[in-house]
Design a protein around this ligand. Structure first.
Ligand SMILES: [Zn+2]
Length: 293
């Protein structure tokens, strides 16, 4: 018998596959990674130190919310899914995709989405889109970041079912459009989000939980108060992976894409991404395990 590192063998990452029971995916709309400093976002900065993160992560182009969230939910880039505007006539396209929640459902994993209260038209639209995509539950809460994060954590802690919980926070984006990215107003909105993130700290050591914190796009790249033009500052997003099976540290090398999140989530729950998915599993984020071979 010989002690080996499983992760160095060809089935790299096999140790995490199927080991995750809960994924908490927090999407902070419009959060620039360079705002995660000890002064501006001390909680997220501390979480970042305990996380696995790539030196660079990028969203899709166009760097707009509807395109990026559809990519997160479908595993494909906007050039493939075509949803670059929130219009009803685009809804049928969802049927041609393999939505992540539907893929998870096949594995017996539910999906809950926690969002700020939406105006009624948007709520109808979001509900229709999410039903088509196989989402089990939509929790629309007050728009305060703390209520939203608490609702997500409550859903994670509330049962032992295998589940992905997505918490969507939009205050930083609203402040960026109102006052400009990196303005005092934008920093203030980020600070409120940062305080709310303190309630996920107790989840980060559990080996059955995977926490992913990211954004749909940056901002201020070309116009101070927008993020849709192709520009590195609009493309750059934070990406942190936390949990008992994650190996902390910053990885150098190729930038990681927003499109790598859906295959990684499926892998954690023991599934594999459909062939249509354009990203890859982030195997290197997970700890190597000593095994007898
Ligand atoms: Zn925006």
């Amino acid at each position: 018998m010989r002690l080996q590192f499983l992760a160095r063998m060809p089935n790299q990452g096999a140790t995490v596959s199927g080991m995750i029971r809960k994924v908490l995916l927090i999407v902070i709309d419009g959060l620039r990674p360079d705002l995660i400093t000890g002064d501006d976002m001390p909680v997220l900065h501390a979480l970042q130190e305990r996380s696995w993160r790539p030196s660079q992560a990028r969203t899709v182009r166009p760097s707009i919310t509807v395109a990026a969230l559809t990519s997160l939910g479908s595993g494909v880039a906007p050039a493939t899914h075509g949803l670059t505007e929130a219009r009803l006539r685009h809804l049928p396209r969802v049927r041609t995709l393999s939505p992540l929640p539907a893929e998870l459902r096949r594995l017996g994993v539910g999906t809950t989405i926690v969002t700020p209260e939406l105006p009624s038209a948007a709520r109808w639209m979001a509900g229709a889109l999410l039903r088509l995509a196989g989402v089990s539950r939509l929790i629309a809460n007050s728009s305060a970041p703390l209520s939203l994060v608490e609702a997500g954590v409550g859903q994670i802690d509330g049962n032992s079912l295998r589940e992905m919980v997505v918490v969507y926070l939009n205050d930083a984006d609203l402040a960026g459009h109102a006052w400009g990215w990196m303005s005092a107003g934008y920093r203030q909105a980020a600070r409120m989000i940062d305080r709310a993130l303190a309630c996920i700290l107790p989840l980060t050591d559990d080996p059955e939980r995977l926490i992913i914190i990211t954004a749909d796009h940056g901002g201020g790249g070309v116009l101070d108060d927008d993020h849709d033009h192709p520009h590195p500052l609009n493309d750059a997003i934070p990406l942190l992976l936390l949990g008992g099976r994650v190996a902390p540290g910053m990885a150098r090398g190729e930038p990681v894409s927003l499109l790598d999140i859906p295959p990684t989530v499926l892998h954690g729950f023991g599934g594999a991404a459909p062939r249509s998915y354009e990203g890859r599993v982030i195997h290197e984020a997970f700890a190597q395990e000593l095994v007898w071979a």
